[in-house]
Design a protein around this ligand. Structure first.
Ligand SMILES: NC(=O)c1ccc[n+]([C@@H]2O[C@H](COP(=O)([O-])OP(=O)(O)OC[C@H]3O[C@@H](n4cnc5c(N)ncnc54)[C@H](O)[C@@H]3O)[C@@H](O)[C@H]2O)c1
Length: 324
């Protein structure tokens, strides 16, 4: 690895450590291994770690979500040789073992600030020269910077699930990230074959989650205020934008409890007094209508009403009239 001297230099990222073998850790590990690089994967839960290779194999071969993203004009092809990809992912015995020789460490542990700060304090010592990245979906890396000895090598690298279809990453500085570190991360992202977007300055929600949050907030507000029901919002959205689902359908996919938590985190820093918890959302979470995961949310699952072309045409309005 080159020393980080010149601001304009980039360092070659060849060896990657992936911390966390959950939903995102597995997918990012696969994405990196797909590019031909060796990955060392670590998780504090041994069962998550040992199950990872088989789960990566299944997820890569079956491509969950393919039906939803079939219309995408840009998506990643799974590797021709899935076994070779998985062989490049080594399971590490410890955090120290994971980061040995790593040029880049990507963290995808739970979305808990203190946990991440503790983890990065360890990484700062165990991997003194590596670029350190968090995959946090809501926390600016500036919140972690004081836990790292040299915050000049820390940044946000925000990947998306499913990686094969949402083939993109957002990069954001911690405010002190050195230009060569940003440039190296950018080159690394491009080398994975995905779209790289660099956030300028600091933005809660980075780029797309912030835009999506505004859509969610207004969609919920229109319903809370009684101007429309969720189905009309989605129907008009789908016709207007030509998408296979609308905001409420997507909220059902994410899980309404998760959506409510995310809404709360934005409301805590909101400057608009009208930015209040949605009564509609709160009531649905209270009665356990959480979306796809509970079988009922704004729609009934697994065949949500909006998947029926007659529903889109406004001819199948009954909530219980399922998709074709
Ligand atoms: N799920 C998504 O769609 C998504 C998308 C973008 C970003 N993210 C972010 O990625 C991160 C991980 O999310 P996820 O959905 O993969 O979570 P997850 O719960 O599926 O996985 C987290 C994993 O981290 C492990 N873990 C806990 N503490 C650890 C530690 N100290 N060291 C190593 N491993 C540890 C857990 O055992 C678990 O396997 C979060 O910050 C989340 O906000 C998630």
């Amino acid at each position: 690895m080159e020393a980080d001297t010149e601001a304009t230099e980039t360092r070659s990222i060849e060896r990657v450590a992936m911390i966390g073998a959950g939903t995102m850790g597995r997918q990012i590990a696969a994405l990196v291994a797909r590019s031909g690089r060796p990955v060392r994967l670590f998780d504090t839960a041994p069962e998550m770690l040992t199950a990872a290779p088989q789960r990566i194999r299944e997820e890569t071969l079956t491509q969950p979500g393919l039906d939803r993203y079939a219309h995408h004009r840009f998506r990643l092809e799974p590797p021709a040789d899935v076994d070779a990809m998985i062989a490049r992912i080594a399971l590490a015995d410890s955090l120290a073992d994971a980061v040995v020789d790593a040029d880049l460490v990507i963290e995808a542990a739970p979305e808990v600030l203190e946990l991440k700060r503790d983890l990065f304090a360890d990484l700062s010592l165990l991997a003194p020269a590596a670029i350190l990245a968090t995959n946090s979906s809501s926390m600016p890396s500036s919140l972690i910077a004081s836990a790292v000895g040299d915050p000049g090598r820390l940044l946000n690298m925000h990947f998306f699930a499913p990686v094969w279809f949402r083939a993109m990453v957002e990069l954001m500085s911690c405010g002190q990230t050195r230009p060569e570190v940003m440039a190296s991360a950018e080159a690394f992202g491009a080398s994975l074959g995905i779209v790289v977007a660099v956030v300028r300055g600091e933005s809660k929600g980075f780029i797309i989650n912030r835009v999506w949050r505004a859509v969610k907030r207004e969609a919920l507000r229109v319903v809370d205020e009684g101007h429309a029901d969720p189905e009309d919002v989605d129907r008009l959205w789908m016709l207007f934008f030509g998408t296979p689902s609308g905001p409420f359908g997507i909220m059902d996919m994410v899980g309404l409890d998760v959506v409510a938590d995310i809404e709360t985190s934005y409301q805590q820093v909101a400057t608009d007094p009208a930015d209040k918890p949605s009564a509609t959302l709160r009531e649905m979470v209270r009665r356990g209508a959480l979306g796809e995961k509970s079988g009922e949310g704004f729609y009934h699952h697994p065949n949500p009403e909006y998947s029926n072309p007659r529903w889109l045409a406004g001819e199948a309005d009954e909530p219980n009239e399922r998709g074709a």
